[in-house]
Every structure is written in structure tokens, then in C-alpha cells.
Design a binder for this molecule. Structure first.
Ligand code: NAP
Length: 326
């Protein structure tokens, strides 16, 4: 049987790299569109067997080039997303609304079998966040243009190559004091990247068309508790200070000026809302795809990179040292 061809946008990111590995292992051919083939080429090409991954360099708004790719595609997956806006076309509206809407139109025009789009959890509630507004408007446009789309709304996604636990552990390593926005009470349902890619793979391989699926992990954890767990894992003690919102806004205003901001005012608005299942849509648990990986157990596997002694600080080595001495 001819392998199905998946056209993936944003396939070089955290979720993309896990997904590409899973798809190529299971007999799917993938074509990944990237803006920078030189930077991402070697890393992406080595995620699967030779001949199963095609990498194409393109501007995602280069309609002529993108149309050519649609001619050979069976399935389209959109993983393109940003956390802060950039100049030259990198606005939330362009990336989260206009681009996915364009993809959905092409999915219809080229009669694709499936379109899977990654949105985000909690976007109905976060009405004062431009990130959330743009994601929500993107969903509306997609559903109008290609009603067969499956929209996945993940909570925060973590793995050894994320922008979440890795950034937090770096900051916790360097700062003696750590600020808690909204007193650290915001709740999250972190999902491990491999649990999320299992969900994407199952939706894709079973050709299950669900309109919106909220993708959540097995635990509800507050932001403060996440920080405490990370501190315990990297064996550090830090002072956690609830930061008044006025001060938080001022610091975000300052951080926004950096090329890769640690925090923006829009992210601060987003942080106000719990990132847990809304109860309005089906979750991965409801459709028989429960996530199983526990936050602390999984981060433990890669947190040694932020510990004194690196991998030699892990239990495995501590244990072997004890037995060597005895
Ligand atoms: N990670 C999370 O915690 C989380 C939570 C909820 C929802 N999501 C959503 O899930 C999707 C994938 O997330 P991820 O964590 O894998 O993201 P990621 O690691 O940041 O990767 C995002 C990808 O988007 C592409 N991209 C970024 N800006 C672009 C631009 N201006 N033009 C074209 N391409 C651009 C990049 O591709 P190139 O650099 O190769 O061009 C990159 O591979 C996103 O839509 C995100 O919003 C993620």
C-alpha cells in the first residue's frame, strides 16, 4: 500500500520533532515546511529513516510554493505557533488566524482527507489575551473553510526540548528569588509531548474526525506547585515571592523589549486563567486516549542537566558509587 503523505507546518518544533519520529516509524511519509533549512535540516532529517522525510524551505505565505506541496499531500498538520509577536509578518493574527484559515481553504480545494490543527487550551476564557483571541479566531475560520478539521487544544506541553520546564529550570538555577504571578495559584494540566503525539497519531490513523479535543495531562498542578516540584528535582532552594500585578506588568513591559522575551504583558494576561479542561468539549480521556505520564516522573529523567554534577548526580550513579565503595 502506498504510504500516506503528511504535509506538516511547524514540524521542526518541540511537538513536531516528536510527531515526525512517531509518523515515520509507523509508515507515514512526511514533508516538513521550514523557514530555515540550514538551521533545522540535520536535526530534522535524523528524526526518521532516510527517504521518509522531505524538508522544504518556504515562507508559509508563499501561496504558489505551498500549493505545489498540497498537490501530493493526503493529510495536513499545522503546528505553527508563536508565544510573542514579531515584526515583519509575525503577528498573532497572521500566524494563528490568517495562515491556518489559508491552510483549511487549500485542504478543501485539494480534497485532503484530514487536517489537524494545534490550537491551545483555555482560549475561550482568556478574552483579554491577543494570543488567545487570535487562536480562537483561527479555529472559527478553519471550521468554516474545512469542517472536517480536528482541532486539538493542549494544555502546557513539556519534554526535554520544551520552552517551559527547561526555561523555568534555567531561571531557577540562576535567580535567588523567583516571582509568583497571581500568587502562583493558576492551575495547569501539563501533558508530556509523547502523550500528545500519541493523541495526534491516533486521531490521524483512525481517521477520527472530532471537532475540538482538549488535550490534558493526568494531573492538575498549580504554578506554585510546578515551581516547587522543579526546585525539588534540581535540588535548589529559592525564595518564592508573590509579585503584585502592577509590578508584574512593569517587569513584563521591560522584558518585552528583549528579542526573545521572558514574559510579555499578553502572557501575563493569559496566566490569569486556569489552564484546565473547560467541561464544554471532549478531552483525550473522553475519546479513549488518556495521557499517563506524570509530571515529576518525566522531568526527573532530564532535570539532571540543571543539577550540580550533571548526569553523575542521578540516582543511578549515586547508587553505583555506594556499591563500589562497599
Ligand atoms: N508547547 C506548548 O506548551 C503548547 C501549548 C498549547 C498549544 N501549543 C501549540 O502547538 C503548536 C506547536 O507547538 P510547539 O511547542 O511545537 O512550538 P515550537 O516548538 O515553538 O515550534 C513552532 C514551529 O512553528 C514554526 N514557526 C514559528 N514562527 C513562525 C513564523 N513566523 N512563520 C513560519 N513558521 C513559524 C517554526 O518552524 P521553523 O522555525 O522551522 O520555520 C517551529 O517549528 C503551536 O501552534 C502552539 O501554539 C503549544
Amino acid at each position: 500500500m502506498k504510504p500516506k503523505n503528511c504535509l506538516i507546518f511547524g514540524g521542526t518544533g518541540q511537538i513536531g520533532s516528536f510527531l515526525v519520529r512517531k509518523l515515520t516509524k509507523n509508515g507515514y511519509k512526511v514533508t516538513i515546511v521550514t523557514r530555515n533549512i540550514h538551521q533545522k535540516g540535520i536535526f530534522v532529517k535524523s528524526s526518521g529513516n532516510q527517504g521518509w522525510i522531505d524538508l522544504v524551505e518556504a515562507n508559509i505565505f508563499d501561496e504558489k510554493k505551498i500549493r505545489k506541496l498540497f498537490e501530493n499531500a493526503d493529510i495536513c498538520i499545522n503546528l505553527v505557533g508563536i508565544l510573542f509577536e514579531k515584526k515583519r509578518g509575525g503577528s498573532f493574527k497572521n500566524i494563528h488566524t490568517i495562515f491556518p484559515s489559508l491552510l483549511a481553504k487549500m485542504c478543501k480545494e485539494y480534497s485532503l482527507k484530514q487536517f489537524i490543527h494545534l490550537s491551545a487550551l483555555g482560549i475561550n476564557e482568556a478574552t483579554d489575551s491577543n494570543y488567545a483571541i487570535s487562536k480562537l479566531q483561527g479555529e472559527i475560520a478553519i471550521q468554516k473553510n474545512f469542517p472536517l478539521t480536528t482541532i486539538l487544544r493542549p494544555s502546557v506541553v513539556y519534554s526535554s526540548s520544551d520552552n517551559f520546564t527547561c526555561n523555568l529550570m534555567t531561571l531557577l538555577n540562576r535567580l535567588p528569588i523567583f516571582p509568583l504571578y497571581y500568587s502562583g495559584k493558576t492551575k495547569f494540566t501539563p501533558i508530556h509531548c509523547s502523550d500528545l503525539t500519541n493523541i495526534i497519531f491516533n486521531v490521524l490513523s483512525k481517521n477520527d474526525s472530532h471537532k475540538i479535543i482538549e488535550c490534558i495531562g493526568p494531573e492538575i498542578i498549580s504554578f506554585k506547585n510546578i515551581i516547587q516540584k522543579l526546585l525539588k528535582l534540581i535540588e535548589k532552594r529559592r525564595i518564592l515571592i508573590p509579585l503584585p500585578i502592577s509590578l508584574a506588568k512593569m517587569s513584563a513591559f521591560f522584558f518585552e523589549k528583549f528579542p526573545k522575551p521572558l514574559l510579555t504583558r499578553d502572557q501575563l494576561n493569559l496566566l490569569k486563567y486556569d489552564n484546565i479542561s473547560s467541561g464544554k468539549y471532549k478531552t483525550n480521556f473522553d475519546i479513549g486516549l488518556p495521557s499517563t505520564l506524570l509530571f515529576e516522573n518525566e522531568v526527573k529523567k532530564y532535570c539532571f542537566m540543571w543539577k550540580e554534577g550533571g548526569q553523575y548526580s542521578t540516582e543511578e550513579y549515586r547508587f553505583s558509587n555506594k556499591t563500589d565503595n562497599s
